[in-house]
Design a protein around this ligand. Structure first.
Ligand code: 5GP
Ligand code: ZN
Length: 122
């Protein structure tokens, strides 16, 4: 587990705490999903663990079940949010990690991006 379960200076920890509003897609005890504020595509939401893990680089074996749950939930939520079925439809899952990975918010998050093209990026 990371040193801090929640980081008071972290934007996504503030969203989890309800201190910053978000358009929720899904919530349970361990996970939260909400719409990206600057969507690239008709469907673009972020799926995050409630525990503050700064990035994929800090992921440990003890996080295996949590990350597994995220990967199982992503396609279910993608379908719920309007991504068309595989193979004509589908979606992209992206985890930007560190500066070279293009990460801007340092709380682990899966981007789930989909819907009919063209998209703004990608
Ligand atoms: P990163 O570049 O770290 O992978 O992605 C961070 C994402 O968070 C960006 O796509 C950005 O649009 C989104 N984002 C940044 N601030 C907010 C916010 O306050 N609310 C929501 N819903 N999304 C945010
Ligand atoms: Zn955080």
């Amino acid at each position: 587990m990371s040193a801090l379960a929640h980081d008071p200076n972290c934007l996504f920890c503030k969203i989890i705490a309800g201190q910053i509003p978000s358009k929720k897609v899904y919530e349970d005890a361990e996970l939260l999903a909400f719409h990206d504020i600057h969507p690239w595509a008709p469907v673009h939401f972020l799926l995050i663990p409630k525990v503050h893990i700064p990035s994929m680089s800090q992921v440990q074996p003890e996080h295996s079940a949590l990350l597994g749950r995220m990967m199982v939930l992503a396609p279910q939520l993608a379908a719920q949010e309007g991504c068309r079925p595989y193979p004509q439809g589908g979606f992209r899952v992206m985890v930007n990690t560190g500066d070279d990975g293009g990460q801007e918010v340092h709380h682990l998050h899966l981007h789930v991006i989909g819907g009919p093209r063209p998209w703004l990026k990608g």
